[in-house]
Ligand binder design. Structure first.
Ligand SMILES: Nc1ncnc2c1ncn2[C@@H]1O[C@H](COP(=O)(O)OP(=O)(O)OP(=O)(O)O)[C@@H](O)[C@H]1O
Ligand SMILES: CC(C)(CO)[C@@H](O)C(=O)[O-]
Ligand code: BAL
Length: 289
């Protein structure tokens, strides 16, 4: 596996890989998986899908300062570079790109950013102002560097996935965005690098996020209870667990991400949740229509 820390280095290796993997006159497909490292089975599922669907697979690991707010956890974000490299090798990744902040943004920062309208204002965008501008800025830089045919994103970060889909459409980027299902622990907790922050007691209670979402889905779909009422009861239920503080419990249109009062089987409805468990902010979501 090739490991590159510079933009020039990964570009020249991609040129070489493209020439080496050429199939007759056909150019090989590049599948790309952008991550922030501390890789787990959720990331592995994206890489495996990319491996199955492309001749060349590239993974990036970059903890992007532009998507963290001033009081967020960038300095303590978990890192495991050696284990990550080993896992990528085992999964048959062709090249791993691990640039430094200076390599990506220069010594004195960049002057051009991607700004997300509307879709970035709901859900996580409300409590993480500027977060999705930071995500789209780095993802579009990575897309220009890697030049993938397809890029793989997890549904756990449903708003991020929806925003990236819109970005490639709006900015005419010729890249297929592949949506990958959420990988969960046996007890239902969505796998996440931030789960490493949880104490033993917090970890034991964290599956109540998924349990509450399943309960809400049942109340709304099977019992046909009022969406607003179920939402209020769910917030109450979650905040009953010690250390839990709800950031949002939202029922939104899958496309616009705007809150809805009724489920809609045509446009699709998403139930999305962000909860502080102690100091750790966890997100999760399920489709309810
Ligand atoms: N449990 C999961 N199932 C499927 N995809 C996932 C899962 N967790 C993360 N991903 C996807 O992996 C990619 C990289 O995510 P990232 O490196 O931020 O990991 P993370 O576990 O989501 O970290 P964090 O704890 O910071 O949210 C994203 O597209 C994300 O949606
Ligand atoms: C897509 C991403 C790698 C951009 O920094 C990040 O937001 C993530 O890990 O989901
Ligand atoms: N998984 C999304 C990246 C972030 O929380 O910053």
């Amino acid at each position: 596996m090739i490991v590159c820390t510079t933009i020039d280095g990964i570009r020249s290796n991609i040129r070489w890989l493209r020439a080496e993997r050429k199939i007759g006159e056909l150019s090989p497909r590049i599948g790309f998986v952008p991550t922030m490292g501390f890789l787990h089975e959720g990331h592995a599922s994206l890489i495996q899908k990319a491996r199955a669907e492309n001749e060349i697979v590239i993974v990036s690991i970059f903890i992007n300062p532009k998507q963290f707010g001033p009081n967020e956890d960038i300095n303590r974000y978990p890192r495991s570079p050696q284990e990550d490299q080993l896992l990528c090798e085992q999964l048959g990744v062709d090249a791993l790109f691990t640039p430094s902040v200076e390599e990506m943004y220069g010594k004195s920062d960049i002057y051009t950013h991607v700004h997300v309208d509307l879709l970035g204002n709901f859900l996580c965008g409300k409590s993480r102002p500027g977060h999705f501008d930071g995500v789209c800025t780095v993802v579009s830089k990575l897309f220009h560097i890697i030049t993938p045919d397809a890029a793989y994103f997890g549904q756990k970060d449903a708003q991020q996935l929806r925003i990236i889909e819109q970005m490639v459409h709006d900015l005419s980027m010729p890249i297929e965005i592949v949506s990958c299902p959420i990988v969960r622990e046996a007890d239902g907790l969505a796998k996440s690098s931030r789960n490493a922050y949880l104490s033993k007691e917090e970890r034991a209670l964290a599956p109540e996020i998924f349990n509450t979402m399943k309960w809400m889905k049942q109340q709304i779909i099977l019992e046909e209870n009022d969406v607003r009422q179920v939402r209020v009861e769910a917030i109450h239920r979650l905040e009953g667990y010690p250390g839990f503080k709800v950031d949002y419990v939202s029922i939104v249109d899958k496309k616009t991400l705007a809150p809805v009062d009724h489920i809609d089987h045509v446009s699709g409805t998403l139930l999305a949740v962000a909860v502080y468990v102690g100091n750790t902010r966890l997100i999760d979501n399920i489709n309810i229509a």
